[in-house]
Design a protein. Structure first.
Length: 504
């Protein structure tokens, strides 16, 4: 008997020597590999499969109510949320995996064959402990690599966005492009754009590289949109981010020139503007340059400019409401420029509160002051009774032109415009009625009109001042009076616009 007992003990010890280490090695391998595998399976479920039962991420990025209707760029929040969700899903899967193993170990110890199953349970328990530790370290390493990759990618995406925004801004500065809204007159740092997707009219107030995309963004409708003028965003329908008005003139493609006309009521501002438009149309027909109305409002309001001048009919009274710019795209051999011509009613230049509302004055670098010589009492008094009776219907009865000049001058200064860097064209209208004076126009205005104070102030305040006497009329062959072209050459010369006959 004792021999049988010795043999049984020998074989049982041999069983233990083989089974316990084998079970431990197997459990170590299963859990050392299984836990990292569970992590990658969870990662695939979060990033690729996304089954219906997947728990929602706890750190989902939140957008403000007034945010643009676009999908967040992946590395501006969603990547971090996915990483957090993957780690939580992997932890839950590994916990379930570990609980399953613990249940199996308990079953070994509860078996009705304890001498056989308990050694296996001991080996599995030991291997499970070691494998869990190794697997947890491996999974944690994978998670750290993922988080590091997300962090680096997010930093690179944001750096790329900042570089691209800077490059686009630098390009606008190099091209001397300053965008202005023709409706509200505010400076437009960057236009907003309407989604170009069919049937989608969502408005994106700021499409530049950022949290919604670096080179392109995706509207909530799924349409891809360019983020910069460099990438062709100007081909989309633009709108003003301040007032929401459509910007049909494709802002950002060419430098914009703001030309304010100011002066007393009835001085001839509107007629001079119509003359400038007509002269551009004449040059366009002659093939000297290309001028086109840049938006529908300008087309509607100025399409009849040439017909009005050709017929000699009077222009209507300018409404006292805030003016909207007449926008014209002018292309010549030196490139393209966009003209914003503002014609405000003369009543707005007599009172400070009304002049302050003309915010476009702060955007201009060349100003056009229009003066009706007939409105100057000193000049009017020297005319014969017959001439006064003849010219009376055309005369402006507004207050002295000096009042409109001084009021506007003060408001321009108050807006912070550097007058020593700006230019002023002083235009005396009605040359077709009173003739063109010989010699220097400024000297004529000083002697005949008694405007010496205005002339001295203009020379002292502005970098450059030039005086003109214009006739806003067309001759029999359909050509504008040459005084209009001379004025335009001087006004636009400072902005690099090449006009016919400028000699450049």
């Amino acid at each position: 008997m004792w021999l049988a007992g010795v043999l049984f003990a020998f074989f049982y010890v041999l069983y233990l020597v083989i089974v316990v280490p084998a079970a431990a090695l197997a459990a170590t391998a299963v859990y050392g590999i299984g836990i990292p595998v569970r992590y990658f399976i969870a990662l695939g479920r979060v990033l690729v499969v996304r089954p219906p039962g997947l728990p929602a991420p706890r750190r989902r990025p939140r957008l403000s109510v007034d945010a643009d209707p676009a999908v967040l760029q992946y590395f501006y929040g969603p990547a971090t949320a996915d990483a957090d969700q993957a780690i939580r899903a992997a932890y839950d899967d590994c916990r379930e995996f570990w609980d399953s193993g613990a249940g199996r170990i308990r079953s070994f110890f509860r078996s009705d064959k304890p001498w056989i199953n308990r050694p296996i349970g001991v080996g599995v328990a030991a291997g499970m402990a070691v494998g869990t530790a190794l697997g947890a370290v491996a999974a944690a390493g994978c998670a750290l690599i993922q988080l590091a990759a997300v962090g680096v990618s997010a930093a690179l995406a944001r750096a790329a966005g900042a570089v691209l925004r800077g490059a686009d801004s630098a390009l606008l500065r190099v091209k001397n492009i300053r965008m202005v809204c023709p409706a509200c007159s505010e400076r437009v740092p960057y236009p907003g754009y309407v989604c170009p997707g069919g049937g989608c009219a969502r408005r994106h107030r700021d499409v530049r590289p950022g949290r919604f995309g670096v080179m392109r963004r995706r509207c909530l409708c799924g349409t891809r949109m360019s983020t910069l003028l460099l990438f062709g965003s100007s081909r989309m329908a633009a709108f003003c981010p301040h007032c929401g008005h459509p910007l049909e003139h494709r802002p950002g493609e060419a430098p914009e020139i703001v030309l304010p006309f100011f002066g007393a009521t009835g001085a001839g501002k509107t007629r001079l503007l119509l003359s400038i438009v007509t002269q551009l149309q004449v040059w366009t027909r002659q093939g000297e340059l290309t001028a086109e109305f840049a938006d529908s409002v300008t087309t509607r309001e100025l399409d009849a400019a040439e017909r009005i001048l050709r017929s000699g009919s009077a222009t209507g009274k300018t409404p006292v409401q805030l003016p909207r710019a007449h926008v014209i795209r002018v292309s010549s051999r030196k490139g393209t420029r966009i003209l914003h011509m503002f014609d405000a009613a003369g009543e707005r230049f007599y009172h400070s509160d009304r002049t302050q509302e003309l915010v476009y004055l702060g955007q201009a670098r060349t100003f056009i002051l229009v003066i009706d010589p007939l409105s100057v009492e000193a000049f009017w008094a020297r005319l014969s009774p017959g001439r006064r009776a003849e010219l009376g219907p055309a005369r402006s009865t507004a207050p002295s032109p000096e009042l409109a000049y001084q009021q506007t001058h003060q408001e321009i200064e108050a807006m912070g415009v550097p007058l020593q860097k700006t230019r002023l064209a002083v235009v005396f209208s009605r040359a077709d009625l009173i003739g063109t004076p010989e010699g220097d126009v400024a000297q004529w205005a000083r002697c005949e009109l008694g405007l010496g104070n205005l002339i001295r102030s203009a020379h002292h305040s502005f970098k450059e001042t030039c005086f003109f006497h214009t006739a806003a009329v067309m001759n029999a062959d359909g050509a504008m009076d040459g005084s209009v072209a001379a004025l335009m050459r001087w006004v636009l010369a400072g902005d690099g616009v090449a006009l016919p006959g400028d000699g450049s």
